[in-house]
Design a protein around this ligand. Structure first.
Ligand code: SF4
Length: 183
């Protein structure tokens, strides 16, 4: 890649995912050093920024939308990002995160906090501070426009590298050359 390229303002976030897709980003290994020359990581679980910044070039989103907080943050991301990349099957289809849809949020909460609880002295659901579960887990594109989809569980690091390289260089990429759903 050329030295003269402007640095891409990059954000990454995981919503309702297992962090496996973020582990795949780290699995780029030594290629991270190459990519790091061309990006500024302005928000991510890898850094300590508290507020989602403005003027982000690309946000990579792992995970589905499961809570009212997820809806709020994905809309904020859309407002402040030129491009959104849905990373992995949870972000694209709901995947594992959407298994809850078979039962509904009330049944899942009851199972977790009452039926299987060894200790729940107050006999209550969690504090109101905890974000409210949606009735149905949603993939990103059902709430906001998504620019790129990179499937896989997890999304393969080769595909993440190829996608980032293409975006940095402003080139088109056929991501099906690198990945497929559920791989
Ligand atoms: S797609 Fe797979 S690896 Fe990625 S967040 Fe979902 S469950 Fe985890």
């Amino acid at each position: 890649m050329k030295d003269s390229l402007k640095k891409l303002r990059l954000a990454t976030i995981w919503l309702d995912g297992c962090s496996g897709c973020h582990m795949s980003i780290l699995d780029m290994d030594e290629r991270l050093v190459e990519i790091a020359q061309y990006v500024d990581v302005v928000y991510s679980p890898y850094v300590d920024t508290k507020e989602f910044p403005k003027d982000v070039d690309l946000t990579i989103v792992e995970g589905a939308l499961s809570t009212d907080h997820d809806i709020k943050i994905i809309k904020q991301i859309r407002q402040n990002s030129k491009l959104i990349l849905a990373l992995g099957d949870c972000a694209i289809t709901g995947n594992i995160s959407a298994l809850k849809n078979l039962f509904g949020s009330e049944a899942v909460l009851k199972r977790g906090y009452f039926d299987l609880a060894d200790i729940n002295a107050s006999g209550a659901y969690p504090s109101q501070i905890v974000p409210k579960l949606l009735d149905k887990v949603l993939p990103l594109h059902e709430v906001v426009k998504v620019d790129y989809f990179l499937p896989g569980c997890p999304a393969p690091s080769e595909a993440i590298y190829a996608m980032l390289k293409a975006l940095i260089e402003g080139k088109e990429i056929n991501i099906s050359d690198y990945t497929r759903f559920g791989k």
